[in-house]
Write a protein that binds this ligand. Structure first.
Ligand SMILES: NC(=O)c1ccc[n+]([C@@H]2O[C@H](COP(=O)([O-])OP(=O)(O)OC[C@H]3O[C@@H](n4cnc5c(N)ncnc54)[C@H](OP(=O)(O)O)[C@@H]3O)[C@@H](O)[C@H]2O)c1
Length: 394
């Protein structure tokens, strides 16, 4: 049994610094849970001179991410850079060198996940990404492991904390610009928030969930998406008068030929669990053939919450290293099937005549019935019957 492993981290921002701190501070617990000793050997950053709120020794830092990957004593590379500009080449190179990779990067996986998984499989290493969807919520493992013996039929949820934070601040009376500024001050929104508020981030997460839940090679550009930039204070106020809230919903339903999927701001009945999300909270609802309706909710962002998911993946990877598992046969590395069809999902949802540009989310039965494709109007709301069509209940 291999009893020690080298770890390298790429990126030391919100997530990377939290991961690095915990790897150092909670060594005894992590080593005891994994059964493997480890050494944090290096942390790559862009700017070595930057002042960092971490107690990590300066000797660990380097601006040469390639040297971290190429260090033969590093077995596990934790990628916390984000985006696809540098991370694509670095993750590919790490896998190619036979390093196990743990990442929180949905942009990367939603656009190149199947290709990277194939490289990992060919090198006999793992690519883990629990933190990429839902932050601390263990939705990736739930779909990939716990529900692997069932048949997932639909998945839906609120996965973007920036949008929820902006929308909930607007419910408290702020206008869009002030709500966005507030979300940026709270650390929920980035300096350039377009990835979040235009729905790209939620589409990336939905693509990953579709890959996991339905075993389909769907990349995020194939999913129709719209964001929250056009939502006005008037929309929010009107919705509240009707007992509804607006949330950015991502949802997908398995169809015989592929998947129906959408990301869009929808009206949600005020007592629905999606409507109750605030700030960075995420909620994921899964409908499986035998397990029925399951729901997971919790912190979808933030350094410590995201680090919790990253470190869970690190412990699993260390355990596998320790046990000398034949990692090339792990389920995560399976080949995904092509999806013939990726069709929109929300067109058939009902609409309220007073807010007809937004569809109404509805799942009151808690089960889907693909054979009937029934649509229900939100209880107690006047619904424009003309706009109702065929849509499976999620
Ligand atoms: N923040 C969250 O709450 C959250 C939640 C879930 C998932 N995630 C995901 O986690 C990942 C990291 O997010 P974050 O919020 O921690 O980002 P961040 O705060 O912007 O940190 C990015 C880090 O990457 C470093 N970096 C950038 N380019 C580099 C390069 N070429 N070589 C080496 N280092 C480089 C930066 O260095 P400098 O510090 O020197 O600039 C910085 O330390 C992203 O994929 C994000 O989507 C984040």
């Amino acid at each position: 049994m291999k009893l020690s492993a080298g770890i390298g981290i790429l990126g030391c921002g919100t997530v990377g610094s939290s991961v690095a701190d915990r790897l150092q501070r909670e060594r005894a617990a992590i080593e005891s849970r994994s059964g493997v000793r480890y050494e944090l050997r290096a942390i790559a950053v862009r700017d070595e001179a930057k002042v960092r709120a971490t107690s990590l020794g300066r000797e660990l830092f380097t601006t040469d991410a390639g040297s971290v990957i190429d260090d033969p004593q590093i077995d596990v590379v934790i990628e916390c850079i984000g985006g696809t500009a540098d991370a694509t080449e670095l993750v590919e190179r790490a896998l190619d060198r036979g390093r196990h990779v743990v990442t929180a990067n949905k942009d990367l996986l939603a656009t190149q996940g199947p290709r990277l998984a194939a490289i990992a499989a060919s090198r006999g290493v793992t690519l883990r990404y629990e933190a990429a969807v839902g932050g601390a919520i263990p939705i990736v493992r739930s779909l990939d492991d716990a529900l692997a013996g069932d048949e997932v039929r639909a998945i839906a949820g609120v996965f973007n904390g920036t949008c929820t934070s902006v929308l909930s601040a607007m419910e408290d009376g702020a206008n869009y610009a002030d709500a966005l500024l507030r979300a940026q001050r709270l650390g929920y929104a980035e300096a350039d928030p377009s990835n979040d508020v235009e729905g790209h981030d939620a589409a990336h997460k939905l693509a990953l969930l579709v890959q996991l839940a339905f075993n389909l090679a769907v990349l995020s550009p194939r999913i129709r998406r719209s964001g929250i930039t056009a939502i006005t204070r008037r929309d929010i106020a009107r919705a509240r008068m009707l007992g509804l809230r607006i949330r950015l919903i991502a949802a997908a339903v398995r169809t015989p030929d592929g998947v129906q999927a959408d990301v869009a701001p929808l009206l949600v009945p005020g007592d629905h669990s999606f409507a109750k999300t605030r700030g960075a909270e995420n909620v994921a609802r899964v409908i499986a053939r035998d397990a029925g309706a399951l729901e997971l909710r919790g912190a979808g962002a933030g350094g410590p919450a995201t680090a919790s998911a990253v470190l869970g993946d690190v412990v699993t990877t260390l355990r596998a290293i320790g046990e000398r598992h034949d990692l090339s046969h792990r389920g995560r590395d399976r080949a995904l099937q092509p999806a013939l069809e990726v069709a929109p999902l929300f067109d058939a949802l009902p609409r309220h005549p007073d807010l007809a540009h937004l569809a109404i989310w509805e799942d009151d039965a808690g089960t889907i019935d693909l054979s009937k494709h029934r649509v229900h109007a939100a209880r107690g709301h006047r619904v424009d019957k003309r706009s109702q069509g065929a849509c499976p209940q999620v």
